[in-house]
Design a protein around this ligand. Structure first.
Ligand code: ZN
Length: 212
């Protein structure tokens, strides 16, 4: 941009302030360029061919974001289960498939390990872990996602109605992952309704037992 233009004048002003160790918007530009391996652009204060630079820079941002996303999934215990059925950074089909906002929200939270299930609830609250992780309706069985979705007798009728039997006839972690990664529209819709209704049953049953 020509030095006479106001945006260029403003940039030059910020650049001068940055050289005097002031923290300005130009510092952010410098930091981003260095972070993604384009420090030479900052030093030269130019990019040569603008179109090529923008194309290359944009691709670098996308690649780094994907890399960070994968390493975040692998390094956090919270995403242990989620990372097994969601491998790629694409929009999950359920987001556009489920029109009911309440069902979609509950299902999305369940997928990332945020629900009232003991196994979910206690991973964010290790302090109260000594209260037990067992299912409130089954003796000596941890209330994991697999138990809730595929084996707990409390939701048997709902399961028989909404989930294909091939997933829970011989339940396993592998089948749980297969079910969560399923792309069949009907299965996704019924699965989300199961999660929503089963959690509602759970909540109602526990509030009744506390009242009694
Ligand atoms: Zn149970």
């Amino acid at each position: 941009m020509d030095d006479k233009r106001y945006p260029r004048k403003a940039y030059n002003m910020l650049l001068n302030l940055q050289r005097q160790n002031y923290n300005t918007w130009a510092c952010s530009i410098r930091n981003v360029l260095y972070k993604f391996g384009f420090g030479v652009v900052w030093e030269m204060q130019g990019v040569g061919d603008i179109k090529s630079f923008i194309k290359e820079f944009k691709q670098r941002l996308i690649d780094c974001f994907k890399q960070d996303w994968h390493s975040a999934l692998e390094s956090h215990d919270f995403y242990n289960v989620y990372s097994h059925f969601n491998h790629s950074l694409v929009r999950s089909p359920y987001l556009s498939l489920l029109n009911n906002i309440s069902v979609r929200r509950v299902f999305a939270r369940f997928r990332i390990g945020m629900s009232a299930l003991k196994f979910h609830y206690l991973q964010y609250r290790p302090v109260i872990h000594d209260r037990g992780i067992n299912c409130p309706f089954c003796n000596d069985t941890p209330e994991t996602e697999v138990h809730f979705l595929l084996t707990c007798q409390k939701y048997k009728a709902l399961r028989d109605e909404l989930i294909p039997s091939k997933y829970y006839r011989q339940p396993s972690m592998f089948k749980f992952f297969l079910l969560l990664a399923c792309t069949n529209e009907s299965t996704i819709q019924k699965l989300s309704v199961f999660v929503f209704k089963a959690l509602t049953i759970r909540k109602q049953s526990l509030s009744v037992s506390v009242t009694l």
